[in-house]
Design a protein around this ligand. Structure first.
Ligand SMILES: Nc1nc2c([nH]c(=O)n2[C@H]2C[C@H](O)[C@@H](COP(=O)(O)OP(=O)(O)OP(=O)(O)O)O2)c(=O)[nH]1
Length: 132
């Protein structure tokens, strides 16, 4: 089966990374992830990232660069990560959909949350990319 991309946002503000706790489905609920979602047919990953963060968190973001690599999720999905920043005038993120908590993590706090296992290598690579 052709792989399908899930985009995750490494949303950084003031040197802190946003982590989001999933509220569904049950097998993922309670674990932390990079907010984002599935890229739809005909959509670029960057456009999907902007759309998903608007829908899920109510924020306006600008995608930055891709974090090199991709990480397998439940087949046929793979996780790709882009850095992102809040646009001036954006609302602050709120857990509107799919999440029940958000945290801005300082570098020393990154491993304080229970990331989805499949996200751990992606988060590690993201931190290296961001120099955090
Ligand atoms: N957004 C996101 N999803 C992740 C991560 N890690 C991980 O395994 N996933 C999984 C959870 C979901 O099964 C899938 C993404 O689906 P989603 O539910 O966030 O995306 P979506 O809004 O487009 O989905 P849908 O409800 O419209 O089907 O990838 C991650 O870091 N970020």
């Amino acid at each position: 089966m052709t792989e399908r991309i899930v985009v995750g946002a490494a949303l950084v503000d003031g040197g802190r990374l946003l982590a989001a706790r999933r509220s569904a489905p049950v097998e993922l609920a309670g674990r932390w992830e990079l907010p984002g979602g599935k890229v739809e047919a005909g959509e670029t990953p960057e456009a999907a990232l902007v759309r998903e963060l608007r829908e899920e968190l109510g924020v306006a973001v600008e995608p930055g660069e891709r974090v090199p690599g991709q990480w397998p999720l439940k087949s046929p999905y793979v996780l790709q990560v882009w850095t992102a920043r809040l646009l001036p005038g954006s609302a602050a993120p709120e857990p509107l959909q799919d999440h029940d908590a958000l945290r801005w993590l300082a570098p020393a706090e990154i491993w304080d949350v229970a990331w989805l296992e499949q996200d751990v290598p992606a988060v590690r690579r993201t931190l290296a990319q961001l120099g955090l």
